[in-house]
Design a binder for this molecule. Structure first.
Ligand code: RB5
Length: 149
């Protein structure tokens, strides 16, 4: 799977850790930065990752900031993105099964590396269940389309 990954300074360490996990799992990883501990603005990285996932340039996206809140708001502003901010594996898996989430968001200041690893792995493995959930996503997409200018 091709995975676009990005963070701000507060998510850098966890981003680097997740990159290693993804590489070990034979995923193709595109790193959108940031790549230094210098303070940056999470929207600059979140919009790039979410934009490329929405454009089909990556299969999935993973975003990390301090709490995950900022990146989650940013990613969900992008049409076609269904981003899941997950602090536990159950939520992460449900976000795939019911929402077909295409971006996973983590908070480095909240979630430790061991749990983050389990969240990432379970999120990547879980499959969308379709059925009644497809109709709900269709309603989200119809709303997005209605806001086109
Ligand atoms: C950066 O200090 C912090 O505000 C950011 O990483 C994130 O937690 C925002 O939601």
């Amino acid at each position: 799977m091709k995975i676009a990954i990005g963070s701000d300074h507060a998510g850098l360490e966890l981003k680097e850790y997740i990159k290693r996990i993804l590489a070990e799992g034979n995923h193709e990883v595109a790193d959108y930065g940031t790549n230094s501990p210098q303070s940056v603005d999470y929207p600059d990285y979140g919009f790039k990752v979410a934009g490329d996932v929405a454009a089909g340039k990556a299969d999935r996206g993973i975003l990390v900031c301090g709490t995950g809140m900022g990146m989650n708001v940013v990613a969900n502003k992008v049409k076609g993105i269904r981003a899941a901010l997950a602090f536990d594996t159950y939520t992460a898996v449900q976000s795939r099964k019911h929402l077909d989430a295409n971006v996973l968001v983590l908070g480095e200041r909240v979630t430790g590396k061991g749990l983050a690893e389990e969240i990432v792995k379970s999120w990547l493995e879980a499959k969308f269940e379709g059925g009644r959930h497809s109709g709900r996503i269709a309603k989200i997409e119809a709303f997005e389309k209605s806001t086109d200018r």
